[in-house]
Design a protein around this ligand. Sequence first.
Ligand SMILES: [Zn+2]
Length: 306
Amino acid sequence: MSVLNLKFGVFLYQPEPVEGVDYNFYRLKSESGIVGKPNPKMYTNIACFGDNYMAAKRPDWVSISKDGPSLRTNKKYNLRWDVVCMTNPEAREYNLKIIAESSKVTPGISISSQHFAERDFCVCPRCVEQWRQSGLNWVDWRAKTVTEFLKEVRDVVKNKPLFVNCLPDPLLGKSRFGYDFEAMAEYADYFVIPMFSKAYPTPWYWETIARGYKSFLKKPVFVNFYVRGPNETWDTVAPTKQIMTVATRAARTGIDGIIFLAEKAQWIQEFQKNAVADKETREFLKGHGGDEVLELFNRWEKMLKA
Ligand SMILES: [Zn+2]
């Protein structure tokens, strides 16, 4: 028998928690840049430099490369959101203040987009000057910059749990985003790897990324799957069966937790109901080595009957 110690969470855009999971995260500030009010019953997620609102309000904050700005409209890069320059003292202070205030009133903090937009960012005059003065090569300077921001976050989060999100590239994370995983592990309590997709027909790839990250990260590793984000219908996202399967397959890689993203509690409750009702998939997934996910469905079944 395997030891059951996998944790489960949800990642929600509205401050209403759900039952049946260990962690409720509220996206107080998603990459939309809109800032909500912390819910003392939920962990708080803050997207730092991915900030569509500030990028529009303060175009001078947007980070730049030889191939244009870090905006969604720049087709050289597949940016999911607009990104402001992370060496901008005003942008740092703005985010640190939100993090510090949330940390005081909620059980813990999760941060996202606390890094550079992509490998060619940022070459604004301030970044170039800081890079020159550091005496480091480009990749190391960027990684040091990301780690130093994380240290500042750690200082304001104090002793509350700190979850650090890293984009799903275990191979080139350092040169692309400035992740020095070894150094980051000194300040992070948990790493979270978002694995967002509107379909999971081929779990093999997600399983591979999860196993890769788990093989070298020095802190517990969570992955995050996409159930139903904002502006979706049940027809535009993965069928429940695919999410049940990819979660079970990821669980067997030895990761420490699985999170499910939804716009709001109601979509998670529907997902829970649908997963419980799909007896055929639950039966099929037995023997895959991800029993903790099947146990989760059993717990949800009891919870829904009560
Ligand atoms: Zn810059």
